[in-house]
Design a protein around this ligand. Structure first.
Ligand code: GDP
Length: 458
């Protein structure tokens, strides 16, 4: 493509490492309020109360106009389902966001004392699992919601339930900071014993699944609003003096924002801008980008110029690792850019390949995985047909030791090193280099069969 020459003259930060000493300071001053950005995904078995909990959280934090809350309360009362009001809040904010023109669909923001939280893929969607997966690939931290109701926790936790699968998925995608929300505690009369029973069972499982950090468990009820934003008042306060859900979120540690690594931007959405050119929205995974930068789009190998840069609908001169922004691109045709493509610095391009190795966890699949299995690969926003070309080794689930080389098949719940080939070239990084682009998931007929980390690019 063409490059508009006058744009190259704009004052900008040089992308080379030596001259980037003051980037940290720029980064800090850019965040006027000094709040750290954190991407949160909320997972858990269907009906665990995720939508209700999040709707309540947004309402109690004052994110939702009072008249809207009132409207939902009235409407839900009319159909005799008062408990739905909060979940609707979440759907409505989703729709409202969709009407916005620049930012990603499915993101909702709120603030705690020290953090600015972006909620990834609000679970109001019916087709929640794929959304949860794409959310999990971008998440820094996660909330795993379990239903404390007698019988319901067990349904979600035992075979067939999604609680274990979601926890394993998070773990295999490198999301190591997790808090467990023991929800709907109102249904068991705020029983301390029931809470402890769930904590014990989950702790054992999470430790086996490889979560090393101590996991926080927070008792609450999305429906009654107990212990979400404000300290518990009723029965719960008799035995619980720990943090509220908002405190727990505020206490998560912010992962490092790799500003000094090479620039990588993954395209989540493409749309027509207001002026000339077109916009792509997405996530600056690593490094930084400035207005006027000449960029390379891979795997197509197209050059473009960044003509506009918007963060939360406000124009800025720079965007840094961790930011969700919209870029206006010039000098390139819109049809030459696709969702899942990576934008990078032409001097330091992202690797492009059709074959890689990954360390994966196999989920509770019905049929063992064999060599030659066609799958659908998900990596960030990219969705690509692929084939499992080799089963290199089966590994011990916890220690990672090789149990068997070149196994004939991989059974459910096993761990392995596999080789995957994609139909067309894709952008890819080793997990150890750039975590954000080093995670993959494999799906078959609408279910996730494996997820893991890229260990070798071939
Ligand atoms: P999701 O599928 O995880 O998003 O779950 P929902 O938020 O849609 O809730 C599923 C059902 O559980 C709905 O009927 C809710 O009204 C109900 N529910 C959600 N939270 C609570 C709670 O804290 N207590 C009780 N008793 N019911 C709840």
């Amino acid at each position: 493509g063409h490059v508009t020459p006058e744009l190259d003259c704009k004052v900008k930060f040089n992308a080379s490492n030596e001259e980037k000493v003051d980037v940290g300071a720029i980064y800090k001053s850019k965040r006027g309020d000094n709040k750290e950005q954190l991407y949160l995904v909320v997972v858990g078995h269907v009906d665990a109360g995720k939508s209700t909990l999040l709707g309540r959280l947004l309402c109690d934090l004052g994110q939702v106009p009072q008249r809207l809350i009132h409207k939902y309360q009235q409407e839900s009362k009319k159909i005799g389902k008062q408990s739905f009001a909060y979940a609707w809040v979440l759907d409505e904010t989703g729709e409202e966001r969709e009407r916005g023109i620049t930012m990603d669909i499915g993101h909702s923001k709120f603030e705690t004392d020290t953090k600015s939280i972006t909620l990834l893929d609000a679970p109001g969607h019916k087709d929640f699992i794929p959304n949860m997966i794409s959310g999990a690939t971008q998440a820094d931290v996660a909330l795993l919601v379990v239903d404390a109701t007698r019988g319901e926790f067990e349904t979600g936790f035992d075979s067939g339930g999604q609680t274990r699968e979601h926890a394993l998925l998070l773990r295999s995608l490198g999301v190591s900071q997790l808090a467990v929300v023991v929800n709907k505690l109102d249904t068991v009369n705020w029983s301390k014993d029931r809470f402890n029973e769930i904590v014990d069972k989950m702790s054992v499982f999470l430790k086996q699944a490889g979560f090393k950090d101590t996991i926080t468990f927070v008792p609450c009820s999305g429906l009654s609003g107990e212990n979400i934003v404000t300290k518990p008042k009723e029965q719960l306060s008799n035995w619980y003096t720990g943090p509220t859900l908002v405190n727990v979120i505020d206490n998560f540690k912010c992962p490092e924002r790799p500003i000094s690594k090479p620039f990588r931007f993954s395209i989540n959405d493409i749309f027509k801008g207001t002026g000339s050119g077109f916009c792509v929205s997405g996530h600056v995974e690593t490094g930084m980008v400035s207005l006027g930068d000449k960029v390379l789009i891979l795997p197509q190998n197209e050059i473009a110029v960044v003509k506009g840069l918007q963060s939360d609908e406000i124009s800025t001169a720079n965007a840094f690792a961790g930011d969700h922004v919209a870029l206006t691109l010039a000098g390139i045709e819109q049809q030459n850019v696709g969702i899942g493509d990576i934008i990078c610095n032409p001097q330091n391009p992202v690797p492009v390949t059709t074959c890689f190795q990954a360390h994966v966890v196999i989920f509770a699949i019905a049929k063992p995985i064999t060599k030659g299995l066609p799958v659908v690969m998900h990596q960030q926003s990219l969705v690509q047909p692929a084939v499992i070309t080799k089963l290199i080794a089966q590994l011990h689930r916890s220690t990672g030791d090789v149990i068997k080389k070149k196994p004939r098949c991989l059974p459910k719940n096993s761990s392995a090193i596999i080789e995957v080939a994609t139909q067309t070239p894709v952008c890819m990084e080793l997990y150890k280099d750039i975590k954000q682009l080093g995670r993959v998931m494999l799906r078959l007929e609408g279910t996730t069969i494996a997820a893991g980390l890229i260990t070798k690019i071939l």
